[in-house]
Design a protein around this ligand. Structure first.
Ligand code: C2E
Ligand code: CA
Ligand code: CA
Ligand code: CA
Length: 279
């Protein structure tokens, strides 16, 4: 449809320009989105594979654009990263998540731990560690209830520096997890040097774990290696009981995915937590 349109009257506008225009538009409205309160956080539970209880939740940002509706993070996060807007946006997510931890801590909800995705651009800000420290202090949360998820690729981009920052973050007592493991190109040698707490196996491995022997062998090896390094393992994007069963047999620790729940708005997440709450 786009091509036809270009031929008939937009012959002077390349698809490239349309794309750039859209990007610019998003960038412009992104600039004001924090102050205009257009962001929300959805929560997706992480399920303990042995007892099927909720063991924590991941915070996933949502942007409700005033006239475009919901714009998915896969669209606006890369733009936010390119423009540096990820810094105020990321700070908003962290603060909001930590305030929520505090509320749940007080209400006695289980679980209370929240994991927050952080971009490599954020963590490379010279004041990032102090900022996190400040938020923990200000909200009065127990640091181990906050987990930061950082992608494998982000770490490998600049291993020495990010490893040092992750070290400083861990010294604050927070939990660090390696997101999207297996999607990128990290070498196991590097992994051995990283002192992280949690490894999240990328959805692409989970997708064909029930069909593909090679994938099974890889996942098995990854889980064993992670355990030998004292890490716990979360599988992402689990959609079927069959996948769940395979992961359980391989002694994966937690699963996350549509099988148990999609990411939910705060009220629905709290509802689910209340129902699953153990006395
Ligand atoms: P991610 O951190 O790998 O998050 C997992 C994504 O997979 C989420 O997409 C989640 O909704 C989706 N998902 C969970 N379970 C299933 C499943 O069973 N099947 C399928 N098909 N998908 C599943 P979402 O929320 O659209 O987020 C996409 C990405 O955007 C995230 O990937 C993360 O990289 C980024 N992101 C989200 N929130 C933030 C944030 O606050 N800060 C930063 N820097 N990045 C964020
Ligand atoms: Ca994540
Ligand atoms: Ca992930
Ligand atoms: Ca991902």
């Amino acid at each position: 449809a786009k091509k036809q349109c270009k031929k008939s009257y937009h012959f002077y506008t390349s698809d490239m320009n349309i794309e750039m225009l859209e990007k610019l538009e998003i960038e412009n409205s992104l600039r004001h989105a924090v102050e205009r309160n257009e962001f929300l956080i959805y929560y997706q539970p992480k399920i303990n594979i042995n007892n099927e209880n909720i063991s924590g939740v991941e915070a996933l940002i949502r942007w409700k654009h005033p006239n475009k509706g919901f714009i998915p993070p896969n669209v606006f996060i890369p733009i936010a990263e390119e423009t540096g807007l990820i810094i105020p946006i990321g700070e908003w997510v962290l603060k909001t998540a930590c305030r929520q931890i505090r509320v749940w801590q007080e209400l006695g909800y289980t679980p209370v731990y929240i994991s927050v995705n952080v971009s490599v651009i954020q963590i490379k800000q010279p004041n990032f560690v102090d900022m996190v420290k400040g938020i923990i202090k200000e909200t009065g949360i127990k640091p181990y209830l906050l987990e930061l998820e950082i992608t494998e690729n982000a770490i490998m981009e600049d291993f020495e520096l990010t490893n040092k920052i992750l070290d400083d973050l861990r010294k604050l007592g927070i939990v660090i997890s390696l997101d999207d493991f297996g999607k990128g190109y990290s070498s196991l040698n590097y992994l051995k040097q990283l002192e992280i707490n949690v490894l999240k196996i990328d959805k692409s491995f989970v997708d064909d774990i029930t069909e593909n022997n090679t994938q099974q062998a890889i996942v098995k090896a990854v889980i064993e290696m992670a355990h030998s390094m004292d890490m716990s393992v979360v599988a992402e994007g689990v959609e079927t009981w069959e996948q769940f069963k395979y992961l359980k047999d391989l002694q994966c620790d937690k699963v996350q995915g549509y099988l148990f729940s999609r990411p939910l708005p705060l009220i629905e997440m709290e509802d689910m937590m209340r129902k699953k709450k153990k006395v």
